[in-house]
Design a protein. Structure first.
Length: 129
């Protein structure tokens, strides 16, 4: 199973759990909060699940390329322009199961992915799957 498929399944399962809990508890039932708010929360949950999928795929992609290229956290920090004090980069030597929600923003991951993909292509490293 590819990593992308794994995270897609995890995101779908997360959404299914949300739906089951919402139905069983009735916490966002239309008769309690109104139809508009019920629809809003279902779409919001779907959006957050997609964000969970995309963020973890992007995070894993950076980890994959950094490991294949032999980079460490300090190397990745030097690749990012304008890194704020509150931001961080992925640590290839100590990857987390889930991408940190706020500490490693998508803007940082996207910068790293663009640079690492180009370097990986030059070194004939297979694409992340």
């Amino acid at each position: 199973m590819t990593s992308k498929r794994f995270w897609a399944i995890m995101s779908i399962l997360l959404y299914v759990v949300f739906v089951i809990v919402a139905i069983l508890t009735g916490i966002i039932a239309p008769k309690q909060v109104g139809l508009e708010w019920t629809i809003f929360w279902y779409f919001t949950a779907a959006g957050l699940c997609y964000y969970f999928y995309f963020k973890n795929i992007s995070y894993r992609e950076v980890i994959y390329y950094a490991k294949k290229l032999g980079y460490h956290k300090d190397d990745l920090v030097s690749m990012v322009s304008k890194l704020k004090e509150t931001q961080d980069v992925p640590d290839p030597d100590h990857p987390r199961l889930f991408s940190p929600f706020a500490k490693v923003p998508l803007s940082v991951v996207n910068q790293l992915t663009d640079q690492l993909e180009a370097q990986a292509k030059d070194h004939d490293i297979p694409r992340y799957r």
